[in-house]
Design a protein around this ligand. Sequence first.
Ligand SMILES: [Zn+2]
Ligand SMILES: [Zn+2]
Length: 328
Amino acid sequence: MAPMHIKLWGVRGSIPSPHHTNTLDRKSRQLMEGFFNAGYSSINDIDAYLANAPGHLIHGWGGNTICLTVQCDDKTIIIDGGSGIRNYGYELMKGPCGKGEGTVHIFMTHVHWDHIMGLPFFLPLYIPGNNIIIHGVESCVGGVFEMLFQKPFFPVSREMIGATISFQQLKPREAFTVEPFSITPYLLDHPDPCWGYRISNGQHVFSHCVDTECTRMTRKALGPDLPLYQNTDLMTFDAQYTTKEKFERASWGHSSATLGLDLAIREDIKKVVFIHNDPTAEDEDIANVERETRAYYNKIIDLTKRYKQLVPDIDWSFGVEGQEIVLS
Ligand SMILES: [Zn+2]
Ligand SMILES: [Zn+2]
């Protein structure tokens, strides 16, 4: 079976969050100070320095809102149409979509702004002959284009979209097939109904669990939605808040990385990538949350070793825009 590739086109929550100019100034200064403090002085040393420079000073985590692709061989499905889908649209235009011969499947979790705002800028929509199929559990997902292209909110009217657009309503907790993928929606915990997806290609399983507050944590409380988390190779999880913020912002619909780790440890999830970062979080803040999460994880490992309990090793990280994770 071919590997499954999961690519992150947008990892930010709530609203696109470009760097403030002051932030860029600060980062440039910190990088230059780091360069000279490390003993480098030549232009030829730049690559060596950058290879070990902290990630939050170089690429950061990215500012586009949620959009992911799942690819196996030459088949790809998209999850959500946040601002990250714009860049994926440019990629698609290099293939059949650029000639009006493409078929695109977009699986929507829900229609909060941060998950739909990139759709008007998704170029394959404007090429006659392309076939765009929008999938979702909630019936309101089908009307998203009617709403987005209403004048005077956008200069292009719905009638000017050249591609054929259709809506495929999914049944809760029932698998839907787009070969080679089997895609099953499960309910998450969010202020408006939001559906996570368990996606299998017959060998690898990827579960997308964003946006969710995870108010139902026990297996019993999760009930029919528990399979979303079971026998999973990779989980993308909502880590908008720090652990402290998670409790301060109860009912806001988002979670924390530490909660995601609890779930992953209990359900033996092999790999976890945390996304949906808070728009107010600077890259340094996300680096701090990463440290907080590392301390929490190490503490669990130490405790369980002390009591001679076995805890599975979890390969976890905070996702970076543009990153590709391969399940092989
Ligand atoms: Zn969101
Ligand atoms: Zn939401």
